[in-house]
Design a binder for this molecule. Structure first.
Ligand SMILES: [Cu+2]
Length: 153
């Protein structure tokens, strides 16, 4: 008389626990997948650097007639007052690789002896920048200078 057929409350607690573990596992795996996807997306965004400038010979860079900064073992010298309209030729006269890095701004790739690049200053806001060679130990050894980027007029 009181038989109501299949009762919704008759669950096997073991099955419930097993299902719960599987559910948790799938949630953990979904979360891990999300983390991996986020990392992949993040690295894609970080990799969105502008293309590396073309490497020139020292002779080619000098022939262009732009202001020039020379890197050496272990110094930075040359035209340290330029305007943002100009391209800056950066030439490595040293015997070991060097680069020119603007603090808070662009940097050249590492240049071998007698290699050069044109650094486009168009995206650099006027101001005084500390420039240095970012290769380990070079800045401390003397490869640091002040570069004044003047407003274009
Ligand atoms: Cu250096």
């Amino acid at each position: 008389m009181t038989n109501t057929g299949t009762s919704p409350t008759t669950k096997d607690p073991r099955q419930t626990r097993g299902g719960s573990i599987l559910q948790r596992l799938s949630v953990v795996m979904a979360a891990a997948g999300l983390v991996l996807a986020t990392i992949a997306l993040g690295s894609m965004i970080v990799d969105d650097d502008p293309p590396a400038p073309k490497i020139l010979s020292a002779k080619e860079a000098a022939a262009a007639g732009n202001p020039t900064i020379e890197l050496g073992d272990m110094f930075i010298r040359g035209d340290l007052s330029v305007t943002a309209a100009e391209n800056l030729a950066v030439i490595n006269r040293g015997t070991v690789p060097h680069n020119l890095t603007l603090e808070g701004g662009p940097r050249t790739p590492d240049l071998n002896h007698d290699q050069a690049v044109e650094l486009d200053l168009a995206t650099v806001a006027p101001g005084t920048y500390t420039v240095f060679c970012a290769i380990e130990g070079h800045r401390a050894a003397g490869m640091e200078a002040q570069l004044i980027v003047g407003a274009t007029d």
